[in-house]
Design a protein around this ligand. Structure first.
Ligand code: ASP
Ligand code: MG
Length: 416
């Protein structure tokens, strides 16, 4: 038996528009024009929208005001937050209808998005596309409220801040779309943060793995949506919602040519905190003894460095998100069973990484990165690498100088 969704139908395109592109009625109409243009290409269009402008922040602020600062009930909070995206999805459907195009808005639950029950950061478990498919088959443009779904309990959940991207990629996968298009307030993915060097270049394409490193390390994209794209091999096109400039295609195929660049980009994360536990008595179990309490307290640890000891004691250093530094120090001071002399925190650091799949099996790139940094007098505090990334921790006020030097050294302004 074939279900309706398995029958032949027009190609599906999923488009997602961010909140900064939908901040007022005029902008909603501008986006509506883009949606209409796409649907006139003869494809089925599913649109995912975020909440208008800063309205999600405003809903957070309202809840805080009402609870007088106490943590709001998570179920009520999720239902409240889900309303932001309902505003834009319904207004967009109205705008399209007002211009003579058949459209329908669907909330996350109406669009069949099933999640687990973790309020505030729910994960999508399954998408039942029957309703969506029926609407498309009626020739309608379907507007789905991003960032929300339905738990088995029947309660509304939200997927975490910035997760409308995740909704969009998941819907693209579920509807077997040709690709997922993310329209936002930037023109695409750049070799590095354009605010750091005017030589930053927009990339025509980037691999999922590379994008994942760039996203986690600072480039503006929700990493969960990239992970979904990677796992299901769903190409994601990122472009501006304000212009018609070509954006960046994030994809899983080979780069167009074997002569691809070895280094694709430089990622920056300014929010790095450092903890050094000095004079740790070196015996089996110290790493676990220090890190387990942090994991239990929900503090994520990133770069870890531990020296071998010569006198039976060692320094154990790791980084966390800047916002977690104080908490991390407190957890170690109160919960760790390890013997040590003192805990020292640092909050003036940043992470600069050179990213590129071409670096796999190509020696010499780490050396080039370090010598470039030394030539401009940037001191490297910590180093860590993966197959496609070399990461250094440096002082935050050295970031611009470091990025400019690395961008030049790896010739990232050139396309070949
Ligand atoms: N409106 C939600 C947020 O601001 C989801 C999103 O924008 O993707 O986090
Ligand atoms: Mg938003």
């Amino acid at each position: 038996m074939t279900t309706q969704s398995e029958q032949d139908h027009r190609p599906v395109i999923v488009q997602k528009y961010g909140g900064s592109s939908l901040a007022d009625p005029e902008m909603i109409h501008k986006v509506a024009s883009r949606i209409i243009a796409k649907s006139e290409e003869g494809v089925d269009v599913v649109v995912v929208v975020s909440a208008m402008g800063d309205s999600t922040d405003e809903l957070h602020a309202l809840s805080k005001a009402v609870t007088k600062g106490a943590t709001p009930d998570p179920r009520e909070m999720d239902t409240l937050l889900s309303t932001g995206e309902l505003v834009t999805s319904t207004l967009m459907a109205m705008a399209l209808k007002a211009r003579g195009h058949d459209a329908v808005s669907l909330s996350g639950p109406q669009a069949g998005i099933k999640t687990d029950a973790v309020h505030g950061s729910a994960r999508i478990a399954d998408i039942k596309t029957d309703r969506l498919r029926r609407e498309l088959d009626k020739g309608r443009i379907v507007i789905v409220a991003g960032f929300q779904g339905l738990a088995e309990s029947g309660d509304i959940t939200t997927l975490g801040r910035g997760a409308s991207d995740t909704t969009a990629v998941a819907l693209a996968v579920a509807t077997k779309a040709e690709r997922c298009e993310i329209y936002t307030d930037v023109e695409g993915i750049y070799t590095t943060d354009p605010r750091l060097t005017d030589k930053a270049r927009k990339l025509a394409e980037i691999g999922f793995q590379e994008m994942l490193e760039m996203a986690v390390l600072g480039a503006k994209m929700n990493p969960r949506s990239i992970e979904l794209g990677l796992v299901y091999d769903m190409p994601i096109y990122v472009a501006s919602s304000f212009s018609n400039e070509t954006g960046t295609l994030i994809h899983g195929g080979e780069h167009t040519m074997e002569v691809r660049k070895v280094v694709t980009g430089i990622a920056v994360d300014r929010n790095v905190g450092k903890i050094t536990v000095r004079g740790v008595i070196d015996r089996p179990g110290i790493a676990a003894g220090l890190l387990q309490p942090l994991a239990d307290a929900g503090v994520s640890v990133d770069v870890i460095v531990q020296n071998t000891s010569s006198d039976g004691t060692t320094d154990f250093t790791f980084t966390t998100a800047l916002a977690s530094v104080e908490k991390a120090a407190e957890v170690i001071e109160s919960d760790s069973t390890v013997e040590y002399a003192e805990v020292v925190t640092g909050s003036n650091l940043a992470k600069v990484s050179v990213v590129g799949t071409g670096m796999e099996n190509a020696p010499g790139y780490a050396a080039k990165m370090f010598s470039t940094l030394s030539e401009v007098d940037v001191n490297i505090d910590m180093i860590t690498t993966s197959e496609i990334r070399i990461t250094t921790i440096i002082e935050r006020d050295q970031v611009q100088k470091a990025v400019q030097a690395l961008h030049d050294a790896f010739e990232l302004e050139k396309t070949e």
